[in-house]
Design a protein around this ligand. Structure first.
Ligand SMILES: Cc1cc2nc3c(=O)[nH]c(=O)nc-3n(C[C@H](O)[C@H](O)[C@H](O)COP(=O)(O)O)c2cc1C
Length: 348
């Protein structure tokens, strides 16, 4: 597919422009966003995604209650680095006062954006009225958003779902009301809370939000983007201003540059070799150890190896070593050995 076709089709929706703006933050045309992901989108992983083309990234969600109580785990998640800008810090909570107080704490960390999580479906969050739980009380959602917007100088954005369940897919109206109280962009995951992560994301309502003539802020689509074709196809079909990518980036930060290359040329970029995969995993590990300390850095990297080395035949023994070794230098040596053994091999 040629870039020209992409431009023409995209502009059919009347949304094409060369720059997407969130308040004063300028993003390239059709930006690619790294989704906030708990225990995944931390500074080491974000550094890799930035290096490989992510245009806007978010921290994993941070509990407002944890933040205002100065809980070490929540405070550590505020760490952001100059090289990763623009970056948003995401918070969740069910109490307006706690959310406002945590907005103040976040402002002191100087992110580019404050993002509110109204999409987390997990019981311990949603059933306490936070995350997607607030989709059961839209007036509260609007009030909370208005209060947060008033209490901070940061641009406020929202990430949410289509609704609580199939009977409450009110996102078109909700997005407009949130825009009216001052949010500067919205990212929409095309599932309801009830769906959790099951089934296929339904982007038709995301398209309806974007095509609502009253909507002026950027609308980003999210859910199941896992290939350059899908990013382009969904961009065209639903007219969104950009796409947010979550799971497809885990162990695969190259997804951003692959999509960009495809958008530009209509051709597929060569996939990374195993040597490149091993080098990225090593970089990820070393940054994790530096940021979290050796024990936690080593242990928390374990969830990533299966994704970095997916689809390699006869890899089981190597993977076992990667997830059982406790010593960072030993794992680095293992990753170097994997690079030497598999070299230019590419998983297609
Ligand atoms: C491991 C994991 C952790 C997640 N944590 C968060 C989070 O902290 N905040 C949030 O808004 N969404 C979170 N999500 C949801 C993603 O941001 C995204 O909406 C969802 O995965 C759908 O996008 P995808 O199909 O591209 O993965 C998480 C998803 C995964 C898989």
């Amino acid at each position: 597919m040629k870039r020209l076709e992409f431009v023409i089709l995209h502009s059919k929706y009347g949304t094409y422009s060369h720059v997407v703006k969130i308040a004063n933050i300028e993003l390239p045309d059709f930006p690619l966003l790294l989704a906030p992901m708990e225990d995944v989108s931390d500074p080491p992983f974000r550094a890799l995604c930035k290096e490989h083309g992510a245009d806007l990234m978010f921290t994993e969600f941070i509990s407002s209650e944890g933040l205002i109580r100065d809980a070490a785990k929540s405070v550590m998640k505020l760490d952001i680095y100059e090289a990763e800008r623009p970056v948003g810090i995401q918070i969740f909570g069910s109490e307006i006062d706690s959310m406002k107080q945590s907005a103040e704490i976040i402002e002191a960390s100087r992110p580019d954006i404050l993002d509110i999580n109204y999409g987390c479906p997990v019981k311990k969050v949603a059933c306490k009225g936070a995350g997607a739980g607030i989709l059961q009380d839209i007036p509260l959602m609007v009030k909370m958003t208005a209060e947060i917007v008033k209490s901070t100088n940061l641009p406020v954005t929202v990430k949410t779902r289509l609704g609580w369940d199939d009977n409450t897919r009110y996102i078109v109206d909700v997005a407009e009301r949130l825009q009216d109280v001052g949010i500067q962009a919205i990212s929409i995951h095309g599932r309801t809370r009830k769906q959790m992560y099951k089934g296929e994301a339904d982007w038709s309502l995301i398209g309806d939000v974007k095509n609502n003539p009253r909507m002026k802020i950027p609308v980003f689509g999210n859910g199941d983007i896992d290939s350059p074709e899908k990013a382009v196809e969904y961009g065209q079909r639903y007219g969104v201003d950009g796409v947010m990518i979550g799971r497809a980036s885990i162990g695969n930060p190259w997804v951003f540059r692959e999509i960009k290359h495809f958008m530009r040329t209509g051709q597929h970029l060569e996939k990374p070799t195993i040597a490149e995969r091993a080098a990225a995993a090593k970089q990820h590990l070393l940054m994790s150890v530096k940021w979290k300390g050796e024990r936690l850095g080593v242990v928390e990297m374990r969830r990533h190896y299966a994704n970095y080395f997916k689809g390699i035949p006869d890899f089981k023994a190597h993977r076992m070593d990667l997830v059982t070794f406790m010593d960072a230098p030993e794992i680095v040596a293992k990753l170097d050995a994997i690079a030497a053994e598999f070299g230019d091999y590419i998983v297609t």
